[in-house]
Design a protein around this ligand. Structure first.
Ligand SMILES: O=C(O)c1ccc[n+]([C@@H]2O[C@H](COP(=O)([O-])O)[C@@H](O)[C@H]2O)c1
Ligand SMILES: Cc1cc2nc[nH]c2cc1C
Length: 334
C-alpha cells in the first residue's frame, strides 16, 4: 500500500461512518501527505502580518485614510487588534513585519523591520515597485520565514495590513485570470456605492495605462504592494521548507495565486482558511480550485481567518492521531 492509501485507510477505520468528518478528512489527508507520516504534528503555529502602504491609497480607493496602516501596526504591537485576540485564544504566535509602511516605528519585540520603502508608487502612473525593491521583498521575507522555521514552526499563516491593498489584489486577480478588472473589485474596507464607482474608474485607468501583463513577477511589480510581494517570498520559502501554509483572505489569496503561477506544487501544502466577504474572493478561490474552511462574512485581513481556522486544522490532526478505530474500540464496522 502507498502511504496515501494507508492514510486513507486509517481515516476510514476511525469510529465514524466513512466520510462523516467531511472536510476535516481532506485536511487530515493533506497534512499527513505533506509530512509523509500517519501521525502528523502541528508545531509552533505562527502568524505573520505583513504591513505596507500603497500609492494608490492616495487616489481615493479606500474607505479609510492611509495613516490607518501605521496606526493599526501600533495596535498589533500593543496587542489590541482582532488578530492579537484570536492568536492568543488559539495559541498561535504572531509577528508583524514592516514591509514598507510610511512611518518610522520604534523597536519592538514583535516587530520585524523589513522596509522596502515608505509605501509603493501609485500604479496609476507607473510600476508600483522597482525591480530592486521587489528583489528585496522576496529575499527579506524568505529570510524571515527561514528564521521562524528554524525555531521549530511547521505551520505558518499569512495575513496583511495595508490601506488600499484590495485594489492591488483586484489588479493582480484581473491580470492573472485575464478578467475585466470590474469583475475583480469589491468594497474593501467598506466603500459606498459612489466610492466603489470611483475605485472602479481608477482601477480601469490603471489597467488601461499598463495594458495586458501576463508574467506573474511583472504583475506583482506593477500592481504591488510590498506586503503582497513579501507574502509571495514568504510563501515560496515556506513551500521550500515543507511547511503548511495557511492563506487568509482576498489579498493573501492574490499573493498565493502569483506564487502558484510559478510553483503549482505549493497547492499541496496550502490551506485556505476562509472565504472573505470581498466579493471577488469566492470566484478567485474557485479559479484556483480551492475550498475554504470558514465562510463567516469576514473582510478584515490581518490573518484573522487563519487564526480562527487554526483550531479546526488542529482538530483534523487530532482526530487522525487520537480517535479510536473500529477494532480498538470494539465497534462493529458494517
Ligand atoms: O482579507 C480580506 O479578504 C480583506 C477584505 C477587505 C479588506 N481587507 C483589509 O482592509 C484593508 C484593505 O481595504 P481597502 O479598502 O483599503 O483596499 C487591508 O488592510 C486589508 O487587510 C481585507
Ligand atoms: C481599522 C482597520 C483595521 C484593519 N485591519 C486590517 N485592515 C484594516 C482596515 C481598517 C480600516
Amino acid at each position: 500500500m502507498t502511504l496515501e492509501e494507508q492514510i486513507r485507510q486509517k481515516i476510514d477505520l476511525k469510529t465514524k461512518p466513512v466520510g462523516a468528518l467531511g472536510y476535516l478528512e481532506t485536511l487530515a489527508l493533506k497534512i499527513a501527505l505533506v509530512q509523509q507520516t500517519l501521525t502528523p504534528r502541528l508545531e509552533s503555529p505562527t502568524q505573520i502580518v505583513f504591513a505596507a502602504d500603497h500609492g494608490l491609497a492616495k487616489n481615493g480607493v479606500s474607505a479609510y485614510p492611509p495613516e490607518v496602516t501605521h496606526q493599526m501596526v501600533m495596535n498589533f504591537l500593543a496587542g489590541g487588534a482582532a488578530i492579537n485576540v484570536f492568536c492568543k485564544q488559539n495559541g498561535v504566535a504572531i509577528h508583524v513585519v514592516d514591509a514598507g509602511v510610511n512611518f518610522d516605528f520604534a523597536d519592538h519585540p514583535s516587530l520585524i523591520k523589513a522596509k522596502a520603502g515608505c509605501g509603493t508608487q501609485s500604479a496609476l502612473y507607473g510600476k508600483a515597485i522597482t525591480a530592486e525593491q521587489l528583489r528585496f521583498c522576496l529575499s527579506e521575507s524568505a529570510r524571515i520565514v527561514d528564521h521562524i522555521f528554524n525555531k521549530g514552526c511547521n505551520i505558518i499563516g499569512f495575513g496583511e495590513m495595508g490601506i488600499g491593498n484590495t485594489s492591488s489584489a483586484s489588479l493582480i486577480m484581473a491580470s492573472l485570470l485575464s478578467k475585466p478588472v470590474e469583475e475583480c473589485i469589491g468594497r474593501g474596507t467598506g466603500v459606498d456605492d459612489e466610492q466603489l464607482q470611483h475605485k472602479t474608474h481608477i482601477l480601469k485607468q490603471v489597467i488601461d495605462f499598463h495594458g495586458s501583463i501576463k508574467d506573474p513577477w511583472e504583475i506583482l511589480q506593477t500592481f504591488g504592494g510590498f506586503e503582497v510581494a513579501q507574502m509571495c517570498g514568504a510563501m515560496l520559502q515556506a513551500h521550500q521548507n515543507n511547511m503548511l501554509i495557511m492563506v487568509d483572505g482576498f489579498i493573501a489569496t492574490a499573493a498565493y495565486a502569483l506564487v502558484h503561477a510559478v510553483e503549482p506544487a505549493i497547492a499541496h501544502r496550502s490551506i485556505f482558511c476562509h472565504v472573505s466577504n470581498e466579493s471577488a474572493h469566492r470566484h478567485f478561490l474557485d479559479s484556483l480550485n480551492q475550498k475554504a474552511i470558514l465562510d463567516l462574512n469576514l473582510r478584515l485581513g490581518e490573518g484573522s481567518g487563519c487564526a480562527l481556522a487554526y483550531p479546526i486544522i488542529q482538530a483534523s490532526v487530532n482526530f487522525l492521531n487520537e480517535m479510536a478505530s473500529f477494532e480498538t474500540a470494539g465497534v462493529s464496522n458494517r
